[in-house]
Design a binder for this molecule. Structure first.
Ligand SMILES: [Zn+2]
Length: 476
């Protein structure tokens, strides 16, 4: 299998991906807190990790992917108050809307989409074990905190130094914590909030513990890739590592992959800054492929400047590809699968090479655009064979790997067209066989008869000419 290199946030190095279990990549990607429609910033990890998963499958890996929904949180509770409904109605609504938007982007569902509130018992157990192992403590009000001082190497993922963090921390008004860096594992409920029972108080899980518990539950103590946006490195993923080390003595995943942010006039796109652009608006305005090209046109670790102009450019680029594919299909409504020639082989190799090198989608896209140019050139020159090969690469090989240009599925030739082609084919073979017989080349004539017989087509030579019958092949 082709060796894939990725940049690991923990070691800050480009390393070969060597799954714990050969041939299987287990991947956990942090999903959204479901209190609103998703925006382009939320969509980037969805699109990047979906495409990465498709690529790993293309080169032969089995991928098991988990993406959670945080379905209980202050923002969900506030939203529910505004609507005058319970928290679950808000969470259910935006989980359904998430799938709607994911589908419109051609992002496949993960193998598992766990929700926090379905794992509260496991979370309570994990918090209990963290306390027993000496890494957690119960505060006066029943909150449970993780004691960061118990770890000697806290900060290794984000590269932050705990002493600098403490110096930079504002005077913490939360006197329940022993250290300003301690984070909450279980929080006591305020009046009117939804609650779950625990040994400490009625309350609900802190945010970080859910991912530690759900990833371990679904993928085991050590899975392969933990992914998400780079804004999750600190504190979310740093704290996940702390929790896993307190529970199992090791980090939860072998590799950490983080995508860069979408930047709007110098700031990260986020709901709290009020600078978001919703996925559904973007897909409506720029098309699915325009939005996806925008999100894949820069290396996944780099930031992307958001602007209408850049989206417009990507939308136009997508239109040019789709126009070339349509032009081919107007001439050939039911394109066959071409035989792979040296040129195709070389292009696929370059494409796989680019994506194996830390998932370099900009290079992979540039290969697609080259092939589109060649497709147009071949059609201009009437070179139908080459046009078919280029079409095949874009539509059936490269497009599906990146999840682009695959919206319109190829129509199968109607059955009547197939059967009339089939009859023409048999009649031509019978004619050729008769020519051989006339010229006494019985070897060739018999070969045609045998090949047809092997395909379940029996020939009869009658005074009125050769007839054929399609017989059932015998089951062995
Ligand atoms: Zn998470």
């Amino acid at each position: 299998m082709k060796k894939v290199y990725i940049t690991d946030t923990l070691t800050k190095e480009k390393v070969p991906l060597e799954p714990v279990e050969p041939g299987i990549v287990k991947m956990y990607v942090c999903g959204p807190t479901v209190y609103n429609y998703i925006h382009i910033g939320n969509a980037r990890p969805m699109v990047v990790f979906d495409a990465f998963r498709r690529f790993l499958e293309f080169i032969g890996y089995k991928v098991i992917m988990v993406q959670n929904f945080t379905d209980i949180d202050d923002k969900i509770i506030n939203e529910a108050r505004e609507w005058g409904v319970d928290w679950k109605t808000v969470a259910d609504t935006f989980i359904a809307e998430y799938f709607h938007d994911a589908h419109s982007l051609g992002v496949r569902a993960a193998n598992f989409h766990p929700r926090t509130t379905d794992f509260v018992d496991d979370i309570v157990n994990a918090v209990q074990r963290i306390i027993e192992n000496g890494y957690g403590y119960v505060a006066a009000n029943g909150d449970v905190y993780f004691s960061v001082r118990k770890l000697t190497d806290y900060g290794k993922l984000s590269g932050k130094n705990p002493d600098d963090l403490r110096a930079g921390a504002r005077v913490d008004v939360n006197e329940l914590k022993r250290d300003p860096l301690d984070f909450v594992l279980w929080k006591s409920a305020k009046p009117g909030e939804p609650t779950w029972d625990s040994p400490w108080c009625l309350g609900r899980p802190g945010w970080h513990i859910e991912c530690s518990v759900m990833s371990q539950k679904l993928l085991g103590d050590m899975f392969d890739i933990h992914g998400g946006g780079e804004d999750l490195i600190f504190p979310h993923h740093e704290d996940e590592i702390a929790q896993s080390e307190a529970l199992t003595g090791k980090p939860p995943a072998k590799y950490w992959m983080h995508n860069g942010m979408i930047i709007v006039r110098g700031d990260k796109m986020s709901k709290s800054l009020g600078n978001t652009f919703l996925v559904r608006e973007a897909v409506k305005k720029y098309g699915k492929d325009g939005v996806k090209l925008f999100l894949l046109s820069k290396h996944y670790r780099s930031p992307i400047e958001f602007s209408d102009e850049v989206l417009e450019d990507n939308s136009k680029a997508a239109q040019r590809v789709l126009a070339a594919l349509n032009r081919f299909r107007e001439k050939y409504p039911y394109p066959l699968v071409p035989k792979e020639d040296a040129e195709m082989k070389e292009l696929v190799q370059r494409f796989v090479e680019a994506l194996s090198d830390d998932f370099n989608t900009p290079v992979a896209l540039s290969i697609i655009f080259d092939v589109v140019r060649e497709l147009n050139k071949a059609m201009d020159n009437g070179d139908d064979g080459r046009a078919l090969r280029m079409y095949h690469l874009i539509k059936r090989v490269f497009g599906p790997v990146l999840g682009v240009f695959d919206t319109e599925s190829e129509k199968k030739a109607p059955t009547s067209a197939v059967s009339s082609n089939f009859e023409t084919l048999i009649r031509s073979l019978v004619e050729v066989r008769n020519e051989f017989r006339k010229s006494k080349q019985f070897d060739f004539a018999d070969r045609i008869r045998n090949v047809l017989a092997e395909s379940g087509i029996k020939l009869y030579d009658t005074p009125e000419g050769t007839k054929y019958e399609i017989v059932e092949k015998e089951e062995k």
